[in-house]
Design a protein around this ligand. Structure first.
Ligand code: XMP
Length: 513
């Protein structure tokens, strides 16, 4: 496996993404967690030193342990990683003065070449992405220059006898179009064969789960979302009947959702699923509440109570399974820190395992989201589950601004089903990151046939996004919007007005509460 030592670059995760695309298994660890003992234990076959915002000129700037250069494995330094490498191996780094470089740049080859650049320089020069204030002003003994850019004379350097490679640009970003090839060359030089596939992961993960769990029982919270569905399917394959899933139905699910999840996992896949039908409890406690944070807190608290109640009935349970993913696990290197403002209290069951005295099983903690989907396909989960839009823990509660009533929830479920049906029929589902209807806490006047109506207004929401942190509204055609509005008003009693939400995030959020 390959070790990426993180110095806090915004794009370190992308290095891991690229390597995974090449079917190479790698892990990111922050520089301050990597010491001699760690290196001995990890035993990397190659090391990448990431970029980062610090300056190696500062006395207390981050360093990898010096022993990393004695491991006798290929090392690639990127940006800050290059500079730190040069500094530690006897070269020199200077700051700025007309040689800062941010954005697109072109690297041209030096006389000789290295295997690292196989397939490069097809066009005499390669576009790359630079982002540096400091630059290497003298390379370390043993290094040679293989590529230069106008502001980075040492854009690509290497000491081939020791297999040390160091570049000033970022090969992991999209703006370095040939970057994947660059990484492919590096991992080949390091002897990786690209054999880390989902099939292999599945076997490994199953063996690991069996070793961890032994003959104890595992509880898994099942929401029907991609992560918990894949985790449950994988655990079931590993330990069969030692797994019990708890599906908490808070009465805030979409149309037919509870039935679909239970049928699929219990009837089709033979998992033990407890359907905790607690709609009365949740909706009862939510009655009369209209403040968004109060609603979220009530749901969060009840969710934990309910989950615990059902889980306590499962005999000799020792483990709780969670669908934690790799981006949640990577400890980020923070230089600025500082408290951030709570925009919304997220639904989170993080404290549960300690409270219940259970250990955690996290079979997806090495995977990125798209890899979880690939594993889901490998396990035979239907495409309709794997490609689903995300659905928030508090469910329809946060799509029903103001007070929640059963009447509004029923109307919302119907409108949402029509909207999603429209999106699917027009082949747009996979282009959209998330789409849903929110029912607004106002009634407006309309006319249908010869009669007056006084019904709810609703808002359609559809966004594109990569990670939900920022989002843009989806540019539906007017025809699509018109047709959808007509269908909703005709097919859903209780709604007589449809609006389309064209707010991006920021300044809006994706959900309405
Ligand atoms: P916002 O509305 O904050 O949503 O822009 C960003 C993404 O997060 C989802 N979301 C949640 N997911 N528990 C969740 O599991 C929550 O409490 C929660 N609140 C929002 C939302 O659906 C969107 O995908």
């Amino acid at each position: 496996r390959l070790l990426i030592i993180d110095f806090g670059s915004q794009v370190t995760q992308l290095i891991a993404r690229r390597l995974r695309e090449l079917n190479v298994y790698c892990e990111i660890h922050p520089f301050n967690a990597v010491d001699d003992a760690f290196l001995a234990e990890f035993d990397p076959k190659a090391v990448i030193l990431s970029g980062g915002p610090a300056s190696v000129i500062d006395a207390d700037s981050p360093r990898p342990p010096a022993t990393v250069f004695e491991l006798d494995v290929p090392i690639l330094g990127i940006c800050y990683g290059q500079q730190v490498m040069m500094e530690m191996l006897g070269g020199k780094v200077e700051t700025g003065h007309g040689t800062k470089e941010f954005g697109r740049a072109y690297v041209t080859p030096a006389d000789s070449s290295t295997k690292l650049l196989d397939g490069w320089f097809a066009e005499e020069r390669e576009q790359v992405w630079m982002s540096h204030g400091d630059h290497v002003s003298a390379i370390a003994p043993g290094f040679e220059v293989f590529g230069t850019s106008p502001n980075a004379p040492f854009a690509i350097t290497a000491d081939e006898s020791r297999q040390f490679y160091a570049v000033q640009f970022h090969p992991e970003v999209h703006h370095t179009p040939n970057g994947l090839k660059f990484y492919e060359n590096f991992v080949k030089l390091a002897g990786f064969t690209g054999d880390w596939t989902m099939g292999a992961y599945r076997e490994e993960a199953i063996a690991k789960i069996r070793a961890q769990v032994g003959d104890s029982h595992v509880i898994c919270g099942l929401s029907g979302g991609v992560d918990s569905s894949v985790a449950a399917a994988l655990l079931h394959e590993a330990i069969g009947d030692q797994l019990t899933c708890v599906f908490v139905d808070h009465g805030l699910l979409r149309k037919d959702e509870a039935q679909e999840v239970v049928t699929m996992f219990r009837d089709n896949m033979n998992l033990k699923v407890i359907h905790a039908d607690e709609a009365d409890l949740f909706l009862g406690e939510l009655e009369g509440q209209s403040d968004p944070e109060t609603k979220r807190k009530i749901i969060g608290r009840l969710f934990i109570d309910v989950f615990q109640k059902y889980a306590n009935e499962i005999e000799d349970a020792k483990f709780l399974a969670q669908g934690t993913l790799y981006p949640d696990v990577i400890e980020s290197v923070s230089f600025s820190g500082g408290p951030s403002v709570t925009i919304k209290s997220h639904h989170n069951v993080g404290g549960l395992p300690e409270k219940m005295g259970l250990s955690l099983v996290e079979p997806l903690r090495e995977l990125f989201k798209d890899e979880v989907r690939a594993l889901g396909r490998e396990l035979g989960l239907p495409a309709s589950f794997i490609g689903r839009h995300p659905f928030p823990g508090p469910g329809l509660a946060i799509r029903c601004p103001g007070e929640i009533t059963r009447e509004k929830l029923d109307i919302l479920r119907e409108a949402d089903a029509v909207y999603i049906d429209q999106i699917r029929k027009h082949g747009l589902y996979d282009e959209i990151w998330q789409a849903f209807v929110a029912i607004l806490p106002v009634r407006t006047v309309g006319v249908m046939g010869d009669g007056r109506t006084y019904d709810f207004a609703c808002a359609l929401r559809a966004v594109t996004s990569v990670d939900g942190m920022t989002a843009d509204y989806y540019p539906f055609s007017h025809e699509f919007l018109g047709e959808t509005a007509t269908r909703i008003i005709n097919e859903v009693p209780g709604i007589n007005r449809v609006t389309y939400d064209i707010t991006s995030k920021p300044p809006g959020t994706i959900e309405w509460e």
